[in-house]
Design a protein around this ligand. Structure first.
Ligand SMILES: NC(=O)c1ccc[n+]([C@@H]2O[C@H](COP(=O)([O-])OP(=O)(O)OC[C@H]3O[C@@H](n4cnc5c(N)ncnc54)[C@H](O)[C@@H]3O)[C@@H](O)[C@H]2O)c1
Length: 244
């Protein structure tokens, strides 16, 4: 990945939603940096190369989330947790079905809490660990037909700060990354809306959408020793979108 490298030899990372998109890029970057990676994901397959294994779980189920996390925690010494998996279900707010609201909240926010608890406790006991949560531009801006996603991702930023407040003293770094706009499955529903895409692109100072490796590089930095004194931040990786 260009000339940015960190050495994660001997470290084990858990990455949620690692089957593709941003999670796939983060998992591959961790593998390329020498880490062993446990992919906690819905799908059984992964197009990664390196020392990885897949543990399947449906993060929309609180019980399945705990089951998978406890299973991994019993077998692995987890140094790094990347809470990447996310969904957006779109409805006009006045008609937003409660079931879809709860599903988005569970996958995007509550699963982050559950996994951070299970993998965070041993980190606290050891006095070190790195957790990176994936937020969004909609952590800051209101979403159009994406109220649940926006509320959940706003929650991810606040959860990141709260976890930092309690866990920085135990040597556990908790930070977040807020991706700008990336061509992944998540954005497929809006890709056909040319006017909207043009409006978004015009609002990005670089004039372009990001590459998933841009997020992976930021994640590598946050899980590396270089970020040892960085706690509780949400780092936008957005081509300047939030700045203007
Ligand atoms: N693409 C963007 O422009 C963008 C912008 C801001 C934030 N994000 C965030 O980045 C993260 C990754 O998204 P992406 O863009 O790569 O989209 P994606 O749809 O390609 O990836 C989402 C991942 O989450 C997993 N996932 C979804 N529901 C799950 C469930 N119930 N159980 C287990 N895994 C589940 C999917 O399998 C997939 O691996 C998400 O948190 C998303 O909100 C993306």
């Amino acid at each position: 990945m260009n000339n940015f490298s960190v050495d994660l030899s001997g470290k084990t990372a858990v990455v949620t939603g690692a089957s593709g998109g941003i999670g796939g890029a983060i998992a591959q970057a961790l593998l390329d940096s020498g880490a062993r990676v446990v992919c906690l994901q819905r799908r059984g397959d992964c197009s990664l190369s390196g020392d990885f294994r897949v543990v399947q779980a449906d993060l929309s189920s609180p019980a399945d989330t705990f089951r998978a996390a406890e299973e991994i925690a019993a077998q692995e010494h987890v140094d790094i947790l990347v809470n990447n998996a996310g969904i957006s279900l779109r409805h006009h707010f006045e008609d937003f079905p409660l079931e879809d609201w709860q599903k988005v909240m569970q996958v995007d926010l509550t699963a982050v809490m559950q996994l951070s608890q299970v993998f965070g406790r041993p980190m606290i006991a050891r006095g070190e660990g790195k957790i990176v949560n994936i937020a969004s531009m909609l952590s800051f801006n209101g979403g159009f037909t994406a109220a649940a996603y926006s509320a959940a991702k706003g929650g991810v930023v606040q959860l990141t700060k709260s976890m930092c407040h309690e866990w920085a003293q135990h040597g556990v770094n908790v930070n977040a990354i807020a991706p700008g706009y990336f061509h992944t499955e998540l954005n497929k529903p809006v890709m056909g809306d040319t006017a909207r895409i043009q409006r978004i692109t015009a609002g990005i100072p670089t004039g372009s959408w990001g590459e998933t490796t841009d997020i992976a590089k930021a994640a590598l930095f946050l899980v590396s020793d270089a970020a040892d004194y960085i706690h509780g931040v949400t780092l936008p990786v957005d081509g300047g979108y939030l700045a203007v």
